[in-house]
Ligand binder design. Structure first.
Ligand code: BGC
Length: 361
């Protein structure tokens, strides 16, 4: 309830800010793909918030293709946008788009995923991605009993800077529990090699992510999980603790584990509060997700765009190093969702109506 009223007051603030400063300013928004519910959610939330705020803006999708992303950005620059809100397909490749925008005098706001390797990122609106990973770790630890529990690791796409932050958050919680014998890593030699190290370098993380990446693709996730279970011994099955990196891949992985007769139970993590995963959680087929309230991220992005359009500097609460500069940023909070709080976090908060789900208690 508190979150909802914070949200309403944010919408109101946006309306006031927009009416005074933003009538004719345009914003270009570029999102990575329509193939994932996550980014459709962002699009829908953007469209309704922009309408409420009376801002003219265009949302384009990049079809998971950096070249398409670049041409989207160029189209928007030609149309005269003043602010670009860009969620990159590939954090490093997007530097070229950011540079082109800056050259045209357009402010660049990285959205959810950081743009790396360029000085031309003016602001970063995002969620606290380290906490997303930490919530996965905390959940798996909370379900583990005794020693030697089987841990399966999966990660996002190595081209997405977030995949590293999520993994670092998870490692911060899981590594001490691997070191003390609570968990035993089943499916990554690279992770086993590094299991005594509390903090990993980017290269070390990359060596693990390279082995267990889903590429943010449910088909990749499915075939990886299948091959891991084919190789695993009976002792490595039984109860499985699975670090699955987002809802779409979590459902794919959970389905594979559910089919294996030697798996008694698989605890799975996720993020995004996809509608299908909320139903999976209600049905006990996925154990948890992390709600990243896209209404908040969208409101932050619009507020940032309005602030830039007035020639002012948005307020930062943190910075993220993108390899070239410390990018000023505003990460927002995330909420772990399990069967225990799914109704409160998803329905009572106004995020989704109860009518979308069955069996909600
Ligand atoms: C986002 C996640 C999303 C994933 C795959 C990440 O950068 O933060 O919300 O599930 O990309 O698109």
């Amino acid at each position: 309830m508190k979150k909802f009223s914070v949200f309403l007051s944010t919408v109101f603030t946006l309306m006031v800010l927009a009416s005074s400063a933003f009538a004719q300013t345009t914003v270009g928004i570029v999102l990575p793909t329509k193939d994932e519910e996550r980014w459709i959610q962002d699009q829908n939330r953007f469209q309704s918030a922009l309408k409420t705020a009376g801002i003219s803006a265009e949302v384009l999708f990049s079809e998971k293709d950096s070249a398409k992303e670049k041409s989207n950005v160029e189209t928007l620059i030609t149309k005269g946008i003043k602010v670009l809100v860009l969620c990159p397909v590939d954090s490093a490749s997007a530097a070229a788009s950011a540079d082109a925008a800056a050259k045209a005098g357009v402010k660049v706001v990285a959205y959810d995923r950081l743009i790396t390797g360029t000085k031309n990122v003016d602001f970063y609106v995002t969620f606290d991605s380290f906490s997303v990973g930490a919530e996965w770790g905390k959940y798996l630890v909370s379900q583990a009993k005794g020693k030697g529990n089987n841990l399966y690791l999966y990660a996002g796409a190595a081209s997405d800077n977030n995949a590293f932050i999520f993994f670092a958050g998870a490692w911060s919680i899981l590594q001490p529990k691997i070191a003390d014998g609570t968990f035993k890593i089943v499916n990554s030699d690279a992770a086993i090699k590094l299991q005594k190290k509390a903090e990993l370098t980017r290269e070390e993380e990359a060596s693990i992510i390279g082995q267990v990446t889903t590429n943010w693709n449910p088909n990749d996730a499915k075939s990886k999980a299948e091959s891991h279970l084919t190789k695993a011994t009976k002792a490595q099955k039984g109860i499985a603790y699975v670090l699955s990196p987002n809802d779409q891949t979590a459902r794919a992985i959970a389905d594979v584990f559910a089919k294996d007769k030697d798996i008694k139970k698989a605890y799975t993590t996720g993020q995004d509060a996809d509608k299908a995963s909320i139903q999976y959680i209600i049905d006990g087929k996925q154990s948890m997700t992390v709600l990243k309230d896209t209404r908040v991220l969208v409101a932050d992005a619009i507020k940032t765009a309005i602030t830039f359009s007035k020639g002012e500097t948005p307020e930062k609460t943190k910075t993220y190093n993108n390899g070239v500069i410390e990018v000023p940023a505003k990460p927002s909070d995330v909420t772990a969702v399990t069967q225990a709080n799914v109704k409160a976090a998803i329905v009572d908060s106004g995020y989704y109506p109860a009518s979308l789900f069955t069996g909600l208690k």
